[in-house]
Design a protein around this ligand. Structure first.
Ligand code: SAM
Length: 197
């Protein structure tokens, strides 16, 4: 689902982007990235994380987003090159072959996708065997998530269970600190790994 103009004011800015880069780099310390060459970021927004990864690691990075306006900004802020591509695509119907990517990332995207479980199945489909999926998102408290289940709302445990049911192994999980906003939702990060062939 496209995000509103108001949300774009909050999320399309350098401060959030720097924070996300910090989270990615911190999560990277938990895994072996030795086999990573092809990377996909779904819901890449204005492309800051994707561009950082291609510049710093020289990986071949593709950033996709449902919203053409976001992709336009990503392309104008981070000109495409042989290691960096951006285009429009829906995470629930990814235009890629099975097992194309060594690493997939999604940052604050899943809670915008009513069919989030379908999106997760697609991400799993495009991951090569033993490929990694890094997710950072908003989790509602379990009780609230249960009440709003039919609206596509999830808790961190729902996502973890779904990943496990689809054969991914959870290799790292963390929740942000509880604070006054935690009643509304807390950020969580998960690193999971696709099954060996
Ligand atoms: C809150 S923004 C996060 C953007 C970026 N990942 C970040 O952390 O700054 C959510 C992004 O997900 C995109 N999005 C929402 N639903 C999507 C879908 N089904 N497939 C791909 N992108 C989607 C939105 O257009 C938006 O750019």
């Amino acid at each position: 689902m496209r995000i509103s103009r108001l949300e774009k004011i909050f999320v399309n800015n350098r401060r959030i982007a720097e924070k996300n880069i910090g989270i990615v780099e911190r999560l990277f310390t938990q895994v072996d990235l030795g086999n990573v060459k092809r990377v996909l970021e779904v819901g890449c927004g204005i492309g800051v994380v994707a561009s950082h990864l291609s510049e710093k690691y020289q990986w071949d990075v593709t950033g996709v987003d449902l919203d053409p306006e976001q992709i336009e900004i990503a392309k104008s802020d981070h000109p495409e090159n042989e290691h960096l591509k951006f285009f429009e695509a829906d995470t629930t119907e990814l235009p890629f072959e099975d097992r194309e990517f060594d690493l997939v990332l999604s940052f604050d995207v899943l809670h915008h996708i009513p069919d989030w479980d379908k999106a997760l199945r697609e991400i799993n489909r495009v991951l090569r065997s033993t490929g990694l999926y890094l997710l950072n998102d908003l989790s509602l408290p379990k009780f609230t998530a249960r009440i709003y289940k039919d609206c596509g709302v999830f808790s961190a445990d729902d996502v973890i269970n779904h990943l496990r049911e689809n054969g991914l192994v959870i290799i790292y999980a963390e929740k942000s600190k509880a604070n006054v906003f935690a009643r509304l939702g807390r950020h969580f990060s998960i690193i999971s790994q696709a099954e060996a062939a």
